[in-house]
Design a protein around this ligand. Structure first.
Ligand SMILES: C[S@@+](CC[C@H](N)C(=O)[O-])C[C@H]1O[C@@H](n2cnc3c(N)ncnc32)[C@H](O)[C@@H]1O
Length: 207
């Protein structure tokens, strides 16, 4: 169900759908530090997991139905969190103005993911790190075919989410040095996960 300004049904279902993955959130978010950009914060499910090393989170979320659900979590968080309605493709922030970024299950949905990642790269400081967990296209041919076949219908019912994106490849194409630390789901899942760090090389070329 599609609202011109957002996805009310997807927003209502998101916490329920994502509940099986809740234990993974602290693994992605818990090591973040400094001033953090969270991209596509959804209902704010990560907000409670930021640790004391985070000084401030600026979270962007263009869907008003998601933001409405995220707001109580923002207000209850132990650290200052600002929630803005911007999309990631045009970030209203200065170059090199964030220490780190967080992307959880969002590169599947952002309409122009390459452009969004160029923006995340721009606003991160040299040496800055993006902490990510994403569901991705399968490594096996048969599952890839299934994902490709299901993708048009899935994208319609799941708020623009795609099964066929290669998160690590997209991050690398944007200029990040990508380290995949864990994968989940194996070759039989239509939602294999990759968890890792993507670092903007420092000016000297080292991360
Ligand atoms: C599957 S949800 C994940 C939400 C959240 N990151 C989480 O871990 O639960 C994908 C999110 O991406 C958001 N999104 C869609 N287009 C976006 C864009 N252009 N920029 C940033 N976020 C976007 C959606 O509104 C939605 O909240």
């Amino acid at each position: 169900m599609r609202d011109p300004d957002g996805h009310p049904v997807v927003a209502a279902a998101l916490d329920w759908v994502m509940a099986p993955f809740a234990a993974l959130r602290p693994r992605v978010v818990g090591s973040a530090r400094g001033r953090v950009l969270e991209v596509g914060a959804g209902t704010g499910a990560n907000f409670a997991h930021y640790g004391e090393a985070v000084t401030e989170v600026v979270a962007i979320e263009p869907d008003p139905f998601m933001r409405r659900r995220a707001e109580p979590r923002r207000a209850a968080a132990a650290i200052p969190i600002t929630l803005l309605p911007d999309g990631a493709e045009d970030l209203p922030f200065d170059d090199a103005s964030f220490d780190e970024a967080v992307l959880t299950w969002v590169l599947c949905t952002i309409p122009d993911a390459p452009r969004a990642l160029r923006e995340v790269f721009r606003v991160l400081k040299p040496g800055g790190t993006a902490h990510f967990i994403e569901h991705v296209v399968s490594r096996t041919g048969a599952m890839r075919v299934l994902q490709g076949a299901a993708d048009p219908l899935w994208a319609r019912v799941a708020g623009g989410c795609h099964l066929t994106r290669d998160a690590a490849g997209l991050l690398a194409d944007a200029g990040f040095a990508v380290q995949v630390h864990r994968t989940y789901g194996g070759t039989c899942s239509p939602f294999p996960l990759v968890l890792g760090l993507a670092t903007k090389p420092s000016a000297s070329g080292t991360s």
